[in-house]
Each structure stands twice: as structure tokens, then as C-alpha cells.
Design a binder for this molecule. Sequence first.
Ligand code: URA
Length: 257
Amino acid sequence: MDYETVAGMYRYIKEGNKLRLAKYLAQAGLTSRRHAEQMIRNGEIKVNGQLVTEMGTQVEPGTDIIEYQGRTIGSVPMMIYVLLYKPAGFICSVNDPQGRPTVLNLLKDIEERIYPVGRLDFDTSGLLLLSNDGEFTNLMIHPRYKIIKTYEARVNGRVGQAELERIRKGLLLEDGMTAPAQVKLLTQDENSSLLEISIHEGRKRQIKRMCAAINHPVLNLKRTRLAFLSLQDMKEGEYRLLTSQEVEALKKCAGAV
Ligand code: URA
């Protein structure tokens, strides 16, 4: 991906952030998408001082000037989607009353106010998305949309088949039964086991509570995948922008498009 410099990164974000003019007008709250198309057809909209009647016209929020009846129609915020390899020891919130470092401290050159999409515990590492797109965040975290999240959990002791089966079937936690989950035993030594667990729910400390319920407390937890996204060859603390194709595909996974 071509953004070794900050300027390169923003060029890249903007390229992925172009919108069809009608969508821009609808997102800016001017009118519905359908009516916006009619207005474009009628020659009521100007882009950078020029009347535009071409339905497929793409505009760049924050750069192009869109006008209706002499009034500038703005401002559609630029949507940003970041994939971070969160290290343990960072909190997933905007600030922490205890003064611990937050995941936002890891993002050096992003000017937009973005927020974690869901949470990983302070001591959990792995794949975390951040965005300023509230609708997208809801699609990713609401259990109704069934986005699969996969974790590697190093747990205490040697886990047997019967215990794996309890996780597969769903088990009782203090806030109710968990949905059936996928689980694989990856490796095992005399004192611990490495499990790969995939769930679509996102209850607080869910994996830790599930493992505690089968009497194999988690020693170390890392989220390795979210839907089709993985950490590939990223290192802890590194981040990258999602491509617009990845964002669309994630929305599709949630059944939104
Ligand atoms: N489950 C947990 O227990 N902790 C996390 O951070 C994520 C899932």
C-alpha cells in the first residue's frame, strides 16, 4: 500500500473516500438519495462552480465544494477505518481515569477523531478496528450481525475433548448461555493448551469467562481474525488503513449490503 508518508496516507484515504454525488447530498442531510438524484438530473447542483448533471459523478468530501441554490452543502466527514495490531497494556477507550495508555496513543498521524470498534481487554492483544463511522461500528459489534471473531487463547492445564465440546455446544455464564462456538486445540504441553476459539457474540471478557467455566483459566489472549481480516505479517503496535473494498466486504459480512 502506498502511504509511506503522512501525505501519501491521506491521499490514499481520500481515494477510498470518494462518494457518489447523490450519496454525498443525502449524507449531508439535504434530502433523500432518490430526491438528490432528481436534483442532479434537474441541474440544481454545482461541484466546484460547475453545474453537474452526470449521475455517476464522484466527489471528495473535504476537498470538492458542493453547492445547491448558492449554498455550500457540507460537511460530510471523511470516514476512516483503521486495523491496529493492539499490544497488551493499552486500554480500548478514548481516555482512562487511571492514566493508562490508550490505543489512540499508538496512532501517530491520524487527525480524525476515531474510536475503537468494540473492545479488547487491557491485557489482550490482537486485531482491533477503529473508525469514526458509527453505522459501521454498530454493524461490527452488534451480535445480531454475527461477525465472527477468532482468538488464540493460551490456557492453564491440558484441555480434554469433553471440555472442548462444552465450548462448542454453548455453556452457562452468569449472563446466560453462550451461543455455540468453534474451538480447536492447536497445541498442548504438560502445563498449558493453546486453543483457537471463534465466536460471534461480544460479551464482556467472554473468552476468559468461557475458559474459566471449563476450569482452564486464560493465561494469554490474542484476537487473530475478525471476519476475513487477519494480522498477516503485522507486528504489535502497527496499523494500516482498510481499503474501501475491505470496508464494503465487512458490511456484506454483516448482511448490510
Ligand atoms: N474475550 C475476552 O475475554 N477478552 C477480550 O479482550 C476479548 C474477548
